[in-house]
Design a protein around this ligand. Structure first.
Ligand code: MSK
Length: 647
């Protein structure tokens, strides 16, 4: 039965989205919000994870009367198999993103892609050094080619542990070895998981779930890390940068183009081409004041972090952006793109353009991105959008006035620099602040929006409450954009709400208490930051000992399942605002929760209420502090110059 339709204010937190939902109702447009209500209550068997459609003797479902499927699989096996397949989906998405980038990177190194260059040679040297590649006296392209080949072999290696795992603290890595979840090549992990979950193969829920952790490590410390590192080398390591977020970034007198998805290769080219004098002239001749490029979801995060391009919105705003009636073109690449976009666009003039052969949508215009002529390809797309400006119907245009300023661009390099300066760049001041108790700990708040919960509400509630309690927040993905829309990503606005200790540190260093670290693949930056904290000393010898917690408040995608698993396997407790589909098996629930905590130092905890989540996060952080012995009251000492030099 369809659910009763919810009011706009019950669906979303920010006023721009409320305004656009009302407009969608007036314009008679169906959106994800109306479709979700029309779906009615979710299927009970799917929600519990006890529906098995792996073979065609079924689908079977587990009930008290029929506790086994036709083949004999019980709830534990079925739930665990379904869970592993979700991790595989997430790992494949992140890692294929990484693969596309590394293949392009290789071509650049071979001189085959003249429109791209290696922007950040310092990053190339830094990252090549991590893999033992000699850099001194060598040509940039030589180093790049050697690194590209190492990364490509990370996908294909058969019986060798991933080299990227060596980026983790030694003790954390040792846990993976002891627990036998050290992944081999990324592609092998994905294929083997699909084999194991085929009918009649792996039936032990513990063995299946260990494969889920193992595969997720191939994502977090493998494919995703490769994607982040290659993006930094190709397009630049992010540094703090100002911008704005929410639908109010769209401009009435300009041609609005929105990029949406995840991969930065095309959006980077578009971001460069909008400043081309020829494009500026072309826009003027079409009667526009220029071209305004903005982003959605993680493609937005990629070009926000490096170029300060505005964010039009996060995941559940993709249809709402079209409903403004002011978007000439939405250019989509991969992941998190709703198939409904061309349908919504039919009522306006927006052109939806898909750009990769692995992601096509009925009703979208497909224009394959020509890598060999990337800049011209980008210019052609922009011209097509400009040509569409004349089709805009002013009567349908309504751009919400709401946007918020923000600062993004907090790569680990940037944080290190902010903390220590050019010559003493280090995490030492952060470790010291945690040891002294001015900062109680660190919380990574990541992931999507989910139609089941009021958009951004859980994310923003816990963020606000945790900074008040002196917890430094690291953010990525749509969760970071939620904070941006709420004005939490500026030092000024957020510091008003931060606790005294955190505020002092942030004011001294000049950082906001909520740090935007990038897109979903950039969750690896959070792992890298945790590793820096370990190596800096004083907060334990592995990630599990650091007073740090992860939260996925409003997650919805398979990628989030994989991310959660690699955080847990790395020793971080992960709080979920939305449950996994595992409640049909108590054994699976325990294995991912308490059992995982005993083995890795972190486990999953589902907490639907944000304030309860805050209490749990604080108690986990305080427990970790107790274990480290840093909760003893120490007299606060003001440092003089001599002390500082000693540090
Ligand atoms: S875009 S995976 S909705 S964070 Fe990365 Fe947002 Fe989640 Fe997609």
């Amino acid at each position: 039965m369809a659910k009763e339709a919810r009011k706009p204010e019950e669906l979303v937190s920010d006023p721009a989205s409320v305004e656009m939902i009302i407009k969608s109702q007036n314009d008679c447009i169906e959106t994800c919000f109306t479709r979700a209500d029309a779906q009615g209550a979710s299927c009970k068997f799917g929600t519990q994870g006890v529906c098995c459609k792996i073979c065609h003797m079924g689908p079977c479902r587990i009930t008290p009367k029929s506790p086994r499927g036709a083949c004999g699989a019980d709830a534990d096996t079925i739930v665990a198999r379904n869970f592993l397949r979700e991790v595989v989906g997430g790992t494949a998405a992140h890692s294929d993103h990484g693969r596309h980038l590394v293949l392009r990177f290789k071509k650049i190194a071979e001189g085959k892609e003249p429109d791209y260059k290696i922007t950040d040679v310092k990053a190339l040297h830094r990252i090549a050094g991590k893999y033992g590649i000699k850099t001194q006296g060598r040509e940039v392209n030589d180093i790049a080619l050697e690194l590209a080949n190492i990364f490509i072999s990370e996908f294909t290696s058969q019986e060798e542990a991933l080299k990227t795992l060596d980026q983790a603290p030694e003790k954390t890595h040792a846990v993976w070895k002891n627990e036998k979840i050290e992944p081999f090549g990324i592609d092998r992990m994905v294929v083997e998981s699909m084999h194991r979950t085929h009918m009649g193969v792996d039936h032990d829920y513990r063995n299946l779930l260990d494969m889920a952790f193992r595969t997720s490590l191939a994502d977090g410390w493998g494919g995703s890390q490769i994607a982040t590192q290659i993006s930094d080398i190709m397009f630049g390591t992010p540094e703090p940068i100002r911008s704005n977020a929410n639908l109010g970034v769209l401009e009435e007198k300009k041609v609005n183009i929105i990029v949406h998805g995840h991969e930065p290769a095309l959006s980077e080219m578009l971001a460069a081409a909008v400043y081309d004098p020829e494009i500026k002239e072309y826009a003027k001749s079409a009667g526009a004041e220029g071209v305004n490029l903005a982003g959605l979801c993680c493609t937005a995060n990629e070009i926000l972090m490096r170029r300060g391009i505005s964010v039009a919105g996060n995941f559940l705003q993709q249809e709402l952006a079209i409903i403004t009636g002011a978007v000439e073109m939405m250019v989509v690449d991969v992941q998190c793109v709703m198939p409904s976009l061309p349908e919504v666009a039919k009522s306006y003039h927006t052109k939806i353009v898909s750009t990769t052969d692995i992601a096509k949508t009925i009703g979208a215009i497909h224009m394959e991105f020509d890598e060999d002529h990337a800049y011209d390809s980008a210019k052609n797309l922009i011209k097509m959008a400009i040509d569409n400006f004349k089709n805009r119907d002013p009567k349908k245009v309504q751009i919400p006035k709401f946007k918020q300023p923000l600062i993004a661009g907090f790569s680990v390099e940037a944080i290190r620099y902010m903390l220590g300066g050019e010559f003493r760049a280090s995490f030492r001041p952060l470790n010291d602040a945690i040891i002294q108790g001015r900062i109680r700990g660190v919380c990574g708040i990541v992931g999507c929006n989910n139609i089941k919960t009021k958009t951004d509400s859980y994310i923003n509630t816990i963020t606000k409450e945790l900074i008040k309690r002196n917890v430094l927040i690291l953010k990525t993905g749509c969760a970071a954009q939620a904070s941006a829309k709420a004005g939490q990503l500026t030092p000024e606005a957020a510091l008003e709400g931060a606790g005294q200790g955190l505020r002092e540190v942030c004011e001294t260093v000049g950082i906001p208490p909520v740090l935007h670290m990038g897109s979903c693949v950039d969750n690896t930056r959070i792992l890298e930051a945790a590793t820096e904290i370990v190596y800096e000393g004083g907060l334990g010898d592995c990630i599990a000992k650091v007073p740090a917690v992860g939260v996925a408040p409003e997650w919805m995608s398979e990628k989030a399942v994989a991310i959660g698993c690699y955080f847990v396997a790395s020793g971080v407790d992960v709080i979920l605002g939305q449950p996994f589909h595992i409640s049909g098996s108590e054994n699976v629930t325990n294995y991912l929760g308490d059992e995982a905590r005993k083995r890795f130092g972190g486990g999953f905890i589902y907490i639907p209420d944000p304030m309860e989540a805050v209490e749990k996060i604080m108690s986990l952080i305080e427990d970790a502090r107790e274990k480290l012995g840093i909760n003893k009251k120490t007299e606060r000492k003001l440092l003089d110059m001599k002390d500082r030099r000693a540090i």
